[in-house]
Design a protein around this ligand. Structure first.
Ligand code: FAD
Ligand code: NAD
Length: 466
């Protein structure tokens, strides 16, 4: 039987990063993955393929809507070849997942393909093409999450689908009904809207992306409505039924009226659930919380001292970079170091266009906590850079402590917000004040000038260009 210092179960951004860091720190490491390729949800059916389709559909939208204004004429009709679009996405996925094979090899990590299951706290059975058992002094569980659903919905994976199927459709839906106006629903809804689908979003709450700052929800909703999405907020879905090629969704709106939606596809995107099936946690009595997440302490250690858990399977934001931060932290803890994660500074991004990005506290959180703050906001449309690229929607909003001027939260919606938020993360990590950012030179013309201007507005209530 092979013995390891660390065994990692699951090879997503939690698992594979944990394995690399453990190996870098000199530990003999194994990784166990039940799927045929490494990389987990993120690389195979999450972050990477969704961004590939967002990029492809964005090019198409630009070609049909904006090229003419730029003075680019395309003779003949611009058409979507969905088969090629999905094939390109898959080749991006394949290149990315094979990059993980390379990294495992480079770091001399033993890869086991099969289902990892605890025999006891130091032995893991692996059921793949052959069944074997390995011994591990420590184990890191990184088994991630799966799409959640509603009790009355039967996902048939053909017409009533999750994000996994939405990433490989063979045709463009005529009418895509999206249940859940969160990150997945809006990103994938936008892909198909751009490709020509009618898209109806049905959201239970009174706003989309409900965990983000209200101002971002409002602005994105406005942009989506302008793009002719049918946005149905405060709707409670009652049933989802399929008859042949049709899906009928019944819901009740906030006035208590019955509403019916008829489409050819229904994407169920109401969140994800932690995944622990098959791990045989009962054998080692690892505790889970009421939401099925593995319980961990601040060191990401379970109630069994040599077993740790990271990523979507534990509490906190279900984000790839959060999983990876936890992965590094656990590896370093096992190696005897004392790492730390500042969860407040894990940014959240929605990769729609305009992109939405945030870090730190929302206005609602500051109000609830009774913290006095001041606000500086700057519209993207006032930037020369925005006019040049015709990306006029959105704004940057900075929330700073009313007394000390320390930045407490940054919320932005606009072109390239996903990349711009990094500046806010760095600033907040070093506990910068709004004035600090306002006095730093930002290259002109860039979208980042909106951050400087919002900082000026937060500091002295005056931006320069508005
Ligand atoms: P996962 O990536 O889910 O990996 C878990 C792995 O464990 C899987 O490969 C699974 O097969 C394996 N496994 C499970 N049980 C066992 C077992 N018993 N034995 C062996 N292997 C097992 N996050 C972002 O930050 N940015 C994004 O842009 C983004 N886009 C997304 C888009 C979509 C459509 C989806 C669905 C998710 C997206 N996410 C995004 C979320 C991101 O994918 C997850 O937060 C991230 O993958 C979590 O990483 P993880 O390592 O915890 O788990
Ligand atoms: P989500 O939590 O982002 O959104 C789910 C939405 O469904 C919420 O708005 C919620 O109010 C709504 N909802 C819940 N029950 C409902 C009901 N009965 N009827 C109507 N609406 C209902 O979840 P998701 O979009 O499924 O994504 C899952 C996870 O994957 C998220 O936690 C997210 O962090 C991660 N993810 C991240 C990215 C990214 O970082 N860009 C992209 C995709 C997914």
């Amino acid at each position: 039987m092979k013995s390891y210092d660390v065994a990692v179960i699951g090879s997503g951004p939690g698992g594979y990063v944990a394995a690399i860091r453990c190996a870098q720190l000199g530990m003999k490491t194994a990784i166990i993955e039940k799927y045929t390729t490494l990389g987990g949800t993120c690389l195979n059916v999450g972050c990477i393929p969704s961004k590939a389709l967002l990029d492809s559909s964005h090019h198409y939208e630009d070609a049909i809507k904006h090229f003419a204004e730029h003075g680019i004429e395309i003779p003949g009709e611009v058409k979507v070849n969905i088969e090629q679009m999905i094939a390109r996405k898959q080749s991006v996925v394949d290149q990315t997942t094979s990059g993980i094979d390379f990294l495992m090899n480079k770091n001399k990590i033993d890869v086991y393909q099969g289902l990892g299951s605890f025999r006891d706290a130091t032995h893991i059975d692996i059921t793949g093409t052959e069944t074997q058992t390995i011994e591990a002094k420590n184990t890191i569980i990184a088994t991630g999450s799966k799409p959640a659903s509603l009790p009355f919905i039967s996902i048939d994976k053909e017409r009533i689908i999750t994000s996994t199927e939405a990433l490989k459709l063979k045709e463009i839906p005529k009418h895509l009904i999206v249940i859940g106006g969160g990150v997945i629903g809006l990103e994938l809804g936008q892909v198909y809207k751009r490709l020509g689908s009618e898209v109806s979003v049905i959201e239970y709450m009174d706003r989309i992306i409900p965990t983000m700052d209200v101002s971002l929800s409002k602005e994105l909703n406005k942009v989506f409505k302008k793009a002719k999405f049918k946005m149905n907020l405060s709707h409670k879905v009652q049933s989802v039924e399929r008859t042949r090629d049709e899906v009928v969704v019944k819901a009740v709106n906030k006035k208590g009226e019955d509403v019916e939606f008829i489409g050819d596809y229904c994407l169920v995107s109401v969140g994800r659930r932690p995944y622990t099936d098959g791990l045989n946690l009962e054998a080692i009595a690892v505790k889970k919380d009421e939401r099925g997440r593995i319980e961990v302490n601040s060191q990401l250690q379970t109630n069994v001292s040599n077993i740790y858990a990271v990523g979507d399977v534990v509490k906190g934001a279900m984000l790839a970079h959060k999983a990876s931060e936890e992965a590094v932290m656990v590896a370093e803890i096992i190696a005897g170091q004392k790492p730390h994660i500042n969860y407040n500074l894990i940014p959240g991004v929605v990769y729609t266009w305009p992109e939405v990005a945030a870090v730190g506290k929302t206005e609602e959180q500051l109000k609830d906590a009774g913290i006095s703050y001041k606000t500086g906001q700057f519209p993207m449309r006032a930037l020369g850079r925005s006019r040049a690229s015709m990306d006029l929607d959105g704004f940057v909003k900075i929330l700073a402590d009313a007394t000390t001027d320390e930045i407490l939260g940054v919320h932005m919606i606009g072109a390239r917000a996903a990349d711009m938020i990094a500046e806010a993360v760095v600033a907040m990590e070093y506990r910068a004040s709004a004035e600090d950012i306002s006095r730093m030179s930002h290259a002109h013309p860039t979208f980042t000038e909106a951050l400087k201007e919002a900082a000026l507005a937060a500091t002295d209530n005056i931006a320069l260009h508005i």
